[in-house]
Design a binder for this molecule. Sequence first.
Ligand code: SF4
Length: 365
Amino acid sequence: MHGWTGKNVIIDLTDGKIIENNSDLNELRSYIGGRGLGVKLYYDLVTADIDPLSPENILIFTTGPLTGTRAPLSGRHVMVSKSPLTGTIFDSSSGGFFGKELKFASVDALIIKGAADEPVYISIQDDDIRINNANDLWGKNVRQCTDQLSGKGHVACIGRAGERLVPIANVMNDYFHACGRGGLGAVMGSKKLKAIVVKGTRKTVIADEERFEKGCKEASNLIKKGSSGLSTYGTSALLNLMNYQKILPAGNFRKNEFNNASMVSGEFIKENYDIKGHACYNCTIACKHIIKSGAFEGYEVPEYETLWSFGPDNNNSDIGSIIKVNRMCNDYGIDTISAGSTIAAYAEIMGEDVKEFTELVKKNR
Ligand code: SF4
């Protein structure tokens, strides 16, 4: 099989059974890509009336035919489940290295059913797939959990938010790449599944190497031409632009621009912090940025959505508080968009000054 590996792995955490089956080539072709495949599998395997946090819900990790190949930006993977936040079938995708590693381990789709009695993590080392005890990982946040498991491969895990079934909990991989939306971290927590660590050694088979290589080069050149802003600033480049166009979420979504937008913009961060680019697997854009020195050394530069949700949407122009809260959310495993927006709504409902939020963040520095 070309592009795909032809293998689905089904793990039932209730009885500990691990089954491998052949993926259906017609299905793979009809629902091309990780998202299409994940939603199709989910639709076929689950009935509409199940509770998202019950053992009847399933959690699916998928890769696509380009994942783990030389195609640019091909390190992505997709998670699909029923969301405890919306009650609908939900997909969330992430960059990083976890997706390509799943593919290297010959997994098109990893389907997780049931729920364990005690905390567990799944280890995939090519064909050696195990469910291991995770009592010593439970209660730890993302950074600690990833530190502990990363010697065995690339790690996707939940923090304490997922363990506590917070409906905006996410699943983080390799420390700061998030399947952020829809509360899929809570689904993982409901299954007592703390983490998945994966290491693979196989390459995806390409039907026509020469043509594929040519296509990859053309795609890379096109991407490079249109992505210099992303490479320089990351998605934070969008903040000033959205403010200029008056489509920036501000003041709990009641406004569309923010006077101090420039103070939480990508340009401001670049001028005031020593930052370096970071790339996901096989990505020439390197839109992720890390702060190299100073009080926030090693911290991630927040994405555009995090900047507006904790910044303008909360009438907050303290960039330090946003950098800090971004790290806190990534470590607890909480979606920054939902968290910032929820705080903005709460502040308005309670009639509270958002300063209380920034003070709280400062205290935790
Ligand atoms: S570095 Fe940015 S652009 Fe490149 S794959 Fe990762 S998220 Fe996408």
